[in-house]
Design a protein around this ligand. Structure first.
Ligand SMILES: Nc1ncnc2c1ncn2[C@@H]1O[C@H](COP(=O)(O)OP(=O)(O)O)[C@@H](O)[C@H]1O
Ligand SMILES: [Mg+2]
Length: 1066
């Protein structure tokens, strides 16, 4: 159900991703971070240590191994984890690419959380300092060091941004935040330059105080600057540039502005910009930077006039650089380029002639008298450069002060504001040739290291003391001895240098070196070519001295030491500057300076003093450290140059740092945190410990089998000596977590199933109840309806005989309806079927109509289907019916029997008969019995019906022919016999009288005769007897009776007696 995956995200954090179901899984020591997973503590990150290393170097088992240290750095760097701790010191490796780890979300993530709860980040350090400041009301400082290009300035900007975004603010604070942020682009424009090491290298040291009010809102700031690299104004090494501002002005400045400043839009025109042969840098956009700087200047509070005056100075430095000298025969220098002087006079607001003279002469005051002496070419050029450097350097200082005025908190109520200081200062520098600047820088780093040692050791010691644990002395190298070597009064290197600078006579860099040898030659941390042993001498120049710094040995070349330390500007140049109408310059060159006959402090002494002040400032604050490392010299992302890094690890003193931190215990945690995380590893502390925290931890570690030498219990913290103890505990937790997770899972699953089941059941019950209700309603409704129907039905039944009225209309309709429906189902199937449902009273008439209609319809249909033969048959049957129906007893039996066309076929009739009939068409023939007129003898005969006559035939003889016209009538009895009489006229001679015949098919035969002779109405049906003529007027009588047996015989009375069968079947 819940799958947790450990995922490394580019933020440098390890995220526990929730399972597929999307539930976040929080175990005791983790904190949920929104929906993107779970942030895990440093201890949890140990589980990924094989891949990403440890996030705190104190957890390195082999903490004295530089290789292990670098390997850990490399692992993390490869995973884009650029930050690692040494205790509370943050080590940062410049990624040289944009990592998505500085978003507002990240800032929020680090806000207000415990240092160890989140993965290492510059924001964690920022937040920790901020919180310490707020809760302990103690001023903080964050010291950022590292070599050029290691990311110091970026780090300080990130910190500033963090405060600007996360700290509370009010309206007026917004402007302070803006100014704090905007001071950066201005200072970078004037103080940064492209060097070989860094495209945006800070060429000055910077310490910035951010002041916060009692609510924690930033309300002001103050900047101290150190040792601007002024020499860059007049000279740049190959591939390097002058300060950004010159290029920005030339590239970005509006036409109008450039015209006013007398500048051309081409940096190649200016001697001070061509030395490095590098006017363009791909990573820098001077034009857009110019816009940023212009905007920043106005945010900081520069008005248009001030900006103009500032730019006048920048432009005049460029013009100064373009001043060319020619040499007179005497060797004195003169200026060959008057246009520059013209521009300079205007831009600086000085007298052109005075300036011109000052640039070619020097003025010395000896015994109250002013002496002017001309300069030779070389001197003039260096005087010009000195002026440029002085003008630029002082303007830079003025700029910093101006920014300070803008950042200063104005309100008195903020007097006791708390402060966080940010120190972004050059790290240890070692070049092929190291000069005065490196000397100063490395001295500065010695001082910072001193501070670091003192403060770290002190804080370690304080913690041990606070926890009641005996202090174990830590072996470390105290570099105080080196600091002393540099700065001690009278005996220190700076004192010796100053002495050489001030001493009358021809002091030179070499005499300085000699003096060093004489004064501090025996010092363990200094050597010179002359003093060194043979091996060292090989790698040293004759003009070099070597200092054995805490971070390593550096050879310094003494060339230029005196000049740089003196930093001299000829008096008459100073005077010209003091006369300037440029308001900025009048602030930079104070007339009081001219009256002061004391020599100004040397550069080294100034630096020493300012460093001492800085140390004082830092000592009064609680420090945090950010150590920046540059991964390669090519400014390339993803490249880890081991040699270079090892070098820096050494110079930053990181191993020393780790040793001090690890001297006692590798790991310490508050009891609460420790117990909270590991309580599941001991039955007594799981799931919760009720007693005192210390007892809980003690029980826990005993259960885990910690040996006494492995840990110590302080007042509020547990101290674990070796990382491996912690790792073992971590691993145990990892295993335990799995079993806990499955236990949790199973109970969670059970719980979920049960909840699901309960929910389903209660839903089912609700649904059932509703459904039952619905069903019951329906049933009740149906019953009610049924009762109503029945009631209506009964009422209707009672009123059924009444006129249609509301009471009976339903019933009547129902009866009608059901009759019609019944009728529909029981309609007669054929014409002969006479059945018909009995209609209700109200429908008798309609029923009768319907029946008729239906019958008609059926008959009509029947007729339509009938064929001609059948029609003929039926016509004959109709005739038979007309004649016999209800008249003769054997008629009903004849009805179902079909009439045949003839009863005798051609062969049965004698051909002679047929011949004698001739053309007469034969229509019917039937065998008959003829009874003689006399005696009634029965004789078999054939009766043939032609179109004209009926013919009686005996064999081949035509016995009698009766024309139809002559046929008077036909008589039959009403009984079931087959006897009939054909009456002929008596007057006809040819005829022998009426003929008595008998046919087995009496009905058929007579019907045929009636039709053929058209005598339908001439058939008489007689009851009892028939009288017939025998001829010559005599009559015969036939008596008909019914009996059991058919009998035709002459009776005694002379009548022919015909007895028909009772049942009359023929
Ligand atoms: N955290 C960082 N993320 C990305 N790039 C960085 C970071 N830190 C430094 N850089 C890159 O390295 C360059 C040099 O950094 P910078 O802070 O100017 O060095 P330093 O001040 O130590 O000389 C920057 O211009 C930037 O390109
Ligand atoms: Mg920098």
């Amino acid at each position: 159900m819940m799958e947790l995956t450990i995922q490394l995200i580019p933020t440098g954090e390890i995220i526990l991703s929730p399972g597929k179901n999307g539930e976040s899984y929080c175990h005791s020591c983790t904190k949920a971070v929104g929906s993107d997973g779970v942030r895990i503590t440093m201890e949890s990150a140990l589980t990924a240590r094989d891949r990403v290393g440890v996030q705190d170097f104190v957890l390195l088992e082999n903490y004295t191994s530089e290789a292990a240290f670098i390997e850990n750095l490399r692992k993390r760097f490869k995973e884009n984890l650029i930050y690692t701790y040494i205790g509370s010191v943050l080590v940062s490796v410049n990624p040289y690419k944009d990592l998505e780890i500085y978003t507002k979300n990240h800032m929020e993530r680090y806000r207000g959380v415990n240092f160890y709860e989140v993965s290492p980040h510059i924001y964690a350090v920022s937040d920790n300092s901020y919180r310490s400041m707020r809760t302990e009301r103690k001023d903080q400082c964050i010291l950022i060091s590292g070599e050029s290009g290691a990311g110091k300035t970026e780090a300080s900007k990130k910190i500033l941004q963090y405060y600007a975004v996360t700290c509370p603010a009010s309206d007026q604070v917004e402007t302070v935040k803006d100014r704090l942020l905007q001071s950066n682009p201005v200072l970078e424009a004037f103080g940064n330059a492209k060097t070989l090491r860094n495209d945006n290298s800070s060429r000055f040291g910077k310490y910035m105080d951010i002041q916060f009010d009692f609510k924690g809102a930033p309300v002001g700031g103050h900047i101290l600057n150190y040792l601007l690299e002024k020499s860059r104004v007049v000279h740049q090494n190959h591939g390097e540039r002058n300060f950004h501002i010159f290029y920005q002005l030339i590239e970005g400045g509006e036409e109008d502005l450039l015209r006013r400043l007398g500048l051309e839009k081409n940096p190649q025109q200016y001697q001070y910009l061509v030395k490095g042969n590098c006017p363009k840098v791909s990573s820098i956009n001077d034009r857009s930077d110019w816009k940023v700087v212009r905007k920043a200047l106005s945010v900081i509070g520069f008005n248009e006039d001030e900006v103009e005056e500032l730019l006048n100075i920048i432009a005049s430095v460029l013009h100064l650089g373009n001043i060319q000298y020619g040499g007179e025969d005497s060797g004195n220098a003169y200026i060959t380029t008057d246009t520059q002087i013209k521009y300079l006079a205007r831009l600086l607001g000085v007298d052109g002639l005075v300036l011109k003279e000052a640039l070619t002469h020097k003025k010395i005051i000896a015994k109250g008298e002013e002496l002017k002496s001309p300069l030779n070419l070389e001197q003039a050029a260096s005087a010009r450069d000195a002026l440029s450097k002085a003008v630029y350097g002082r303007t830079f200082t003025w700029l910093v002060n101006k920014i300070n005025v803008s950042l200063a908190y104005k309100d008195d109520t903020y007097k006791n504001a708390s402060v966080i200081g940010l120190l972004d200062i050059y790290g240890f520098e070692v070049f092929q040739h190291n000069s005065f600047e490196q000397f100063c820088i490395n001295y500065c780093n010695e001082k910072l290291q001193q501070l670091f040692i003192e403060l770290t050791l002190k804080s370690e010691q304080d913690e041990y003391e606070a926890e009641g644990i005996t202090w174990e002395p830590v072996q470390y190298f105290n570099n105080k001895i080196i600091c002393d070597l540099v700065e001690e009064k009278f005996k220190g290197i700076i004192s010796i240098l100053d002495e050489e600078c001030l001493r009358p006579g021809d002091a030179s860099d070499i005499t300085f070196l000699e003096k060093l040898e004489n004064t501090v030659g025996g010092h363990a941390h200094l050597t010179t070519h002359k003093l060194a042993d043979g091996k060292t001498r090989k790698v040293m120049g004759r003009e070099e001295f070597r200092l054995l710094h805490y971070a390593g040995d550096v050879n310094y070349n003494v060339n230029g030491f005196l000049d740089k330390n003196n930093d001299l500007l000829f008096r008459n140049l100073k005077e010209v500057m003091c006369m300037s109408e440029n308001k900025i310059l009048t602030q930079c060159f104070d007339r009081a300076e001219l009256k002061d006959s004391k020599r100004p402090e040397t550069a080294a002494t100034q630096f020493k003093t300012s460093l001492a002040k800085l140390m004082e400032i830092l000592m009064s604050k609680e420090p945090s450290y950010v150590r920046c490392i540059k991964p390669n010299d090519a400014k390339q992302a993803g490249r880890f140059d081991e040699v270079l890094i090892r070098h820096q690890v050494k110079y930053l003193g990181l191993m020393e740092n780790l040793r001090v931190r690890r001297a006692g215990f590798a790991y310490r945690r508050h009891y609460e945190t420790f117990l909270q995380r590991y309580k599941s590893l001991c039955p007594e502390t799981w799931p919760s410990w009720q007693g005192k925290l210390a007892d809980g931890v003690s029980t826990l570690v005993k259960h885990l089998g910690y040996k006494p030498e492995e840990y110590k219990l302080g007042r509020s913290k547990i101290f674990i000596r070796f990382p491996k103890t912690l790792f073992a505990t971590e691993d145990a937790l990892e295993t335990r977590k799995h079993s806990l997770a499955s236990k949790l899972q199973s109970s969670w699953k059970g719980y979920r199933q049960k909840t699901k089941y309960r929910k389903l059941r209660s839903s089912a019950v609700v649904v059932q109840a509703w459904w039952r209700g619905i069903l019951a309603c329906r049933r009740a409704q149906r019953r009610r309806q049924a009762a109503n129907t029945i009631r209506r039905f009964i009422k209707g039944f009672i009123y059924r005989h009444n006129e249609r009225c509301p009471e009976n209309e339903y019933f009547l309709d129902y009866v009608r309806y059901s009759f019609l429906m019944k009728l529909r189902r029981n309609l007669p199937k054929s014409v002969l079927d006479k059945s018909w449902p009995t209609p209700p009273t109200a429908l008798i008439e309609a029923s009768e109509q319907l029946r008729k209609l239906y019958m008609q319809n059926m008959v009509w249909g029947y007729c339509k289907r009938i064929n001609p033969e059948w029609k003929h048959q039926l016509e004959q049957k109709m005739v038979a019916s007309e004649i016999f129906k209800n008249k003769k007893d054997n008629y009903p039996q004849s009805v179902p029997k079909l009439f045949l066309g003839t009863r005798l076929n051609g062969e049965e009739i004698n051909p002679k008969v047929l011949q004698s009939l001739g053309s007469e068409k034969m229509k019917y023939a039937v065998p008959v019995t003829k009874y003689d007129r006399k005696g009634y003898k029965a004789r078999p005969r054939q009766l043939l019906l032609t179109s004209n006559s009926a013919v009686i035939v005996e064999e081949a003889k035509l016995k009698q022919r009766i024309d139809y016209a002559a046929l008077k009538g036909i008589s039959v009895s009403s009984l079931s016999d087959g006897v009939f009489v054909l009456h002929v006229p008596t007057e006809d001679k040819k005829q022998k009288g009426d003929v008595v015949l008998q046919s087995d098919h009496i009905i058929e035969t007579l019907t045929k005769v009636a039709i053929c002779a058209d005598k339908v109405n001439s058939i008489n049906i007689n009851q009892g007897s028939i009288t017939f003529t025998v001829g010559q007027g005599k009559e015969g009588i036939i008596d008909f009776t019914s009996g059991s047996e058919l009998l035709v015989a002459k009776a005694k009375n002379g009548h022919l007696s015909v007895v028909s069968r009772n049942n009359g079947r023929m």
